[in-house]
Design a binder for this molecule. Structure first.
Ligand SMILES: NC(=O)c1ccc[n+]([C@@H]2O[C@H](COP(=O)([O-])OP(=O)(O)OC[C@H]3O[C@@H](n4cnc5c(N)ncnc54)[C@H](O)[C@@H]3O)[C@@H](O)[C@H]2O)c1
Length: 350
């Protein structure tokens, strides 16, 4: 199949592009604006494949989207391009509304125009797959899980913009009959994660001997999913998922943020001990909590497991060990991004 991937230079999009080129026979078009969060070094190792091509473009630019779709003639659009960092959405929500909502609208409108021009079989087989987050469901107490029936209750400008984009996708399915799929996924981690996000930020700061900033008590709970498990789930859904359906994707790996940071410190103690013989955990420092910080997210992934047979392959322990090892071996990838000062504290709403 011909897969049109938006946001394929970012963290999850690039993992999807690498996976599709390396492990399937699909052709891939990577459509990405290359914002601060996107870099082509994430897809360098597949860039020479004759089943891969790249177009630099903005999902809000209807003409650019139209031209790329017309030229590539996709069977599937997997839409990942977004502003994705909650802290940045507190500092500057406007870009999130523009990219995540107006951009998704533009993708839907241009995809629909193309889809209407296909013959009947191709129209029936076509899929528009929107990649979203569990943050649209709001925050859980100590118990319970998000299912696909959980009411939307977004709390941050980021999650509100993703909730809005989910509703647009759903409306294009109901109103116009576009064969849409939505996946809502928990926190991802793994290689090529931009070093402003928790896991790579902690690794970079630990190695630099800097304080490891943990919001409040670090007792917020997230359900961690290794990015390569996520992209296998995405492939499963766009190949075999039922149009009009939502699938939650999660790793069954709930951890408090402080547990994640402590695990990273423990692996670094083993693989790259501090020169002064002290432990990395001594660098942990509490900072003022993020405003409106959701307490707990946890996913019930039984639908995708039961209906489509997808299972995560990594436990948190195996995935986080692989991730730390990858960052130690690939400093040349992340060091320049850290040095570009992209990893400053944000989202204080001051
Ligand atoms: N990271 C997570 O844990 C997580 C969890 C669930 C869902 N998601 C969703 O998955 C998707 C990908 O997340 P990510 O972590 O890879 O994000 P990312 O920030 O690493 O990458 C986003 C990519 O989109 C591109 N982009 C941004 N604005 C664009 C525009 N206007 N036009 C074209 N390209 C644009 C960027 O250049 C970048 O390559 C997002 O939709 C996000 O909401 C992420």
């Amino acid at each position: 199949m011909r897969i049109f991937v938006t946001g394929g230079a970012g963290f999850i999009g690039s993992a999807l592009v690498r996976h599709l080129v390396e492990n399937t026979t699909h052709e891939v078009l990577n459509f990405d604006k290359l914002t601060y969060a996107g870099t082509l070094t994430t897809v360098e190792r597949v860039a020479r494949s004759n089943r891969y091509r790249f177009v630099q473009g903005d999902i809000c630019d209807a003409e650019a989207v139209r031209a790329a779709i017309a030229e590539f003639k996709p069977d599937v659009v997997t839409h990942l391009a977004a502003e994705s960092h909650v802290d940045r959405s507190i500092d500057g929500p406007g870009t999130f509304i523009q990219t995540n909502m107006v951009g998704t609208y533009t993708m839907l409108a241009e995809t629909r125009a193309y889809w209407l021009g296909l013959d009947e079989d191709a129209r029936a087989a076509f899929r528009f797959h929107h990649i979203s987050t569990d943050e649209v469901y709001g925050s859980l107490g100590d118990t319970g899980l998000f299912t696909e029936e959980t009411s939307y209750d977004p709390r941050s400008p980021y999650s509100a913009s993703k909730a809005g984009s989910d509703h647009l996708v759903s409306a294009w399915g109901h109103t116009f009959g576009l064969p849409v799929l939505i996946t809502n996924c928990s926190n991802n981690y793994g290689p090529y994660h931009f070093p402003e996000k928790l896991v790579p930020l902690m690794i970079a700061k630990a190695l630099a001997g800097e304080p490891l900033p943990v919001y409040g008590k670090g007792d917020q709970v997230r359900d961690w999913l290794y990015v390569e498990d996520h992209v296998r789930a995405l492939q499963t859904v766009f190949e075999r998922g039922r149009p009009g359906r939502t699938y939650n994707v999660g790793g069954n790996n709930e951890r408090q943020n402080i547990e994640v940071v402590t695990a990273i410190c423990g692996i670094l103690d083993r693989l790259r001990p501090r020169a002064d013989g002290r432990l990395y955990a001594e660098q942990i420092a509490s900072v003022a909590d993020r405003p409106g910080h959701d307490k707990r997210y946890a996913i019930d992934a039984s639908r995708i497991q039961g209906e489509l047979g997808w299972e995560p392959a990594e436990t948190f322990e195996s995935g986080i060990a692989k991730t730390v090892e990858w960052y130690l071996a690939n400093e040349a990838w992340w060091r320049p991004l850290v040095e570009a000062k992209a990893a400053e504290r944000r989202g204080v709403a001051a």
